[in-house]
Design a binder for this molecule. Sequence first.
Ligand SMILES: Nc1ncnc2c1ncn2[C@@H]1O[C@H](COP(=O)(O)OP(=O)(O)OP(=O)(O)O)[C@@H](O)[C@H]1O
Length: 350
Amino acid sequence: MTAEERSAELAIETRGLTKTFGHQVAVNGIDLAVPRGAVFGFLGPNGSGKTTTIRMLLGLAAATSGQARVLGRDMPRSLREVLPLVGALIEGPAFYPFLSGAANLHRLDTADRDAPSRTRAARVHLALERVGLTQAAGKKVRAYSLGMKQRLGIANALLAPRELLVLDEPTNGLDPQGTREVRALVRLLAAGGTTVFVSSHLLGEVEQMCTHAAVMSAGRLVAQGTLDELRRSGTSRVQVRTPDAEAARRVLAGLGLAAEDAGRPAAADAADGLVTAVLAVHPGGPDLAGGPVYAAGLQESLASGRAPKPEEIVCALVAAGVRVRGFAVLGSSLEDRFVALTGEGFDVAQ
Ligand SMILES: Nc1ncnc2c1ncn2[C@@H]1O[C@H](COP(=O)(O)OP(=O)(O)OP(=O)(O)O)[C@@H](O)[C@H]1O
């Protein structure tokens, strides 16, 4: 695939995108690659640079250096052609509380110079229908729940057909019911073929909604890929349950696997011990970010598999007379990965 073909498959692509505020580097040379059709979670703790990145992508802030392409066109040079194809929800739009949801959308649609007035009513109706607010269309916004207001914000982003939706922390401040509604709506929109770029500081949320994710930490992009790729890019371990722990450790060491710890499984024979060893540390994280080929480096390193295969480990254990009563290959969870990548207490609350 040529570089141009690869670019054409990306809804968002940045190279070395950087934003500084005085001496502070808010976004530090990031290379984002968001495939078309993805639900892409832009994950990072508060203050890691997500909103600043989104503002640059939408032409709301100028980059200090680097390039950004949105829907295959250079930004901000092609702002006028690109923006009509992008629906955005940033920091929640301001609605008039004394007007109904429908009346608010009418007002906002009027402000769009490219939106024909003749079809306005139909557009507003369709947008409200898509977010499930038809029943509440005539209700004053001051009587809306936070979740309903957020859905109205998404309806506003959907007033025209969009190729890309950019949502900045769409569930922030919502109660569990509102959160569920917005997450379900994001999945629904994505199922219709729209690329969704959604920022969040909640790992659980990204795991539920997204096909892909990128992780920001202190202005840097420290990993990106499909959720599976990110999971696989951690450290895997093998775990052996055996009454012959010492012998198992020697065999593992002979295969180049350092046994980490020994314990006792909760509900096992009192004589059994658990031996855990690092199987392979797969590259990922910082190596993944910045590569011009989307996540390919990770795929190759996984395919080349220099670590012994699980069946070879079992064979060696059995051949050495180790009584193997349990054997497992343990992957790292996304949570382990993200805590390791961001190096700070990641908010994993739902
Ligand atoms: N206009 C500004 N002037 C000065 N500093 C800013 C400005 N906007 C953002 N910053 C700083 O840049 C850093 C990144 O902020 P940003 O809002 O992009 O992070 P974020 O990941 O979106 O966090 P949050 O989830 O809290 O919004 C922060 O340290 C912030 O204080």
